[in-house]
Design a protein around this ligand. Sequence first.
Ligand SMILES: Cc1ncc(COP(=O)(O)O)c(C=O)c1O
Length: 388
Amino acid sequence: MEFYEEYLKEVRAQALYREPVSIKHLDAVHIQVEGKIYLSLSSNNYLGLTHSPKVQKAALDAVLQHGTGSGGARLTTGSHPLHKSLEGALAQFKGTEAALVFNTGYMANVGTISALVGKGDLIFSDELNHASIIDGCRLSKGRTVVYRHRDMKDLAEKLRDSNCPGKKLIVTDGVFSMDGDIAPLDKIVSLAEEHQAMVMVDDAHAVGVLGRGGRGTVDYFGLKGRVHVQVGTLSKSLASEGGYVAGSQMLIQYLVNKARSFIFSTALSPATVAAAASALKVLKATPQLVDKLLENAAGMRKALVAAGLKVDGALTPIIPILIGEAALAVAMNQELKEHGLFVSAIRPPTVSPGASRLRITVSAAHEKEELVKAADIIIAVSRKLKLV
Ligand SMILES: Cc1ncc(COP(=O)(O)O)c(C=O)c1O
């Protein structure tokens, strides 16, 4: 066991040791930690729907009507009507023939990639794709070619040089989780069509954010019918837990029969599914939530950029401040806590060494005034730590 002890010593020495902080959610954007209240700028609860009375009631009603656990995997113990109904609603929202719910977004990626790609096949994967995509590639029996982040010249060259008689899959985050920038999906699709490759996009951070009424990147770029696999999660804008794949009827039937993370895991509980279905209904009925989210993101980004901070990303609610050293990112996180702000310090292995950052996320549930105040604090602390 000494090996593991050594490993822990090493990560502590490098300011990379991590453990979950115990927090109490007071509402969608305020949390309590050890008795102190913070404004959270670290959650993926983009639309604040975790605390929507409608969504909460849907979850409670589902527990009372259907019990707590689902009892088993859907293929062996039977499929609950709530799952089917959510899948229908997701397919309709994403503009696809069908959808399939997985237990997490992580499992959707791992199960789908390993089911679609076999021996002799090639995967082309953006270097900043989410860990669940990377793990799906590792678990598949195909070979993975990593292309430079959002670099279409590099992707085109790698496709041209690939000389692969097997299947080809290009996979990308829609909105990159730690950078907040958007994949050039229109260009990826054109290249895929030129090279007879399939396209898979992970819209974990794009649903509720991009496209009409938050329908995601395929809608944002007007690519209906040209992207083979759309992955999403129920855990961010949809305020619950779980993941899904949206695509053709045939794709979904194939995954039901082939994706091991779907086949061999107990289905999501009724309350979880009911909450996601209700959040989706709220999103469809209130697309203004997406407008408010994007306004909040634009306001925060504008304030930080005006102060000279090195802020990455596009128009999305993920606003990373690049810092570099892990220890400095932790120091900034601690300083902000002193001022009542809870912001994640992102360090390796989530990002590469030297790319530590503060990952600010805003929500539609934030009030404009509290974001203005938060931006002032972030700027003041950045100056104190000589980041600007
Ligand atoms: C891009 C991306 N894909 C997939 C996931 C995994 O989703 P889940 O948390 O539902 O497992 C995440 C984040 O957690 C993510 O950021």
